[in-house]
Write a protein that binds this ligand. Sequence first.
Ligand code: PDD
Length: 285
Amino acid sequence: MPELAYVNGKYGPIEEAVVSIDDRGYQFGDGVYEVLYVFGGRLFLFDEHLVRLKMSLDGIAIRGVDMDEVRAVMIEMVARSGFDRAKLYYCVTRGVAPRNHPYPAGVKPSIHATIRPVTPPPSEEIAKGLRAVTIADFRWGRCDLKTLNLLGNVLAKQQALDSGFDEAIFYGPDGVVREATAANAFAVDGGVVYTYPLGPHILPGITRDLVMKLGREIGVPIREEGLTLDKFRRADEVFLTGTTAELIAITQLDGETVGSGGTGPVTTRLRAAYDQYVESFLASA
Ligand code: PDD
């Protein structure tokens, strides 16, 4: 089964999918998106992603998107692809119009989606964790909206890779650690898990939310409270959450070993709870 694309009502091979050069997503980053995982041929945390997509659409005033249709297209993509484990990318832009900054009148939103298979990372890779570098946040002021404006994230990620790290973690002008380039960030200090509070500076991650719920269920104290760089660097454990990152330890931060250098005990417990949640999702089919 080939990787599949969807463009405004048409399904087909990705290589054949085309969008207009006048699409505002292309010209202005004027659009929003979601990335969902498919496990066992079913969309994981589906309703949560739909709710956030609607929030992002409302957040940038893209109107006229029928959420029932969005749901139906996503289900159809999964069914047509036949993929068991996959990544679905779904994006809505303000539409196609001659380039001009104001919202164009009477233009329908444009919808593009792709689905591609995913291979689960080997457990040694998960256990090894990632090396991260901290970077001053230079992104725009509405990081709570999942918009196509990802240049800041892209530049930071590349800067990390170019300097021999795997990931970049942003901190604000107040020196408080916010999130990574495509994942939310957590630190464990004295058995308590800390993560930056919801607001304009971070994406309200769906995996973040799930991990917080799972943590509470298994008795891990979690506080939505940002930590300064200094405290973050001295934390016992640091980890990231995200649809594609799932839950992974940061074992080196700015060249220094975090805690004991491996995946710490709290991160291990939370990852086990996450894996168990995925298992029960698979079993609930
Ligand atoms: N990104 N923070 C940022 C900046 C993100 O881009 C993402 C996800 C997250 C985690 O959110 P969630 O748990 O809902 O996936 C946090 C996706 C995976 C991406 O852009 O590819």
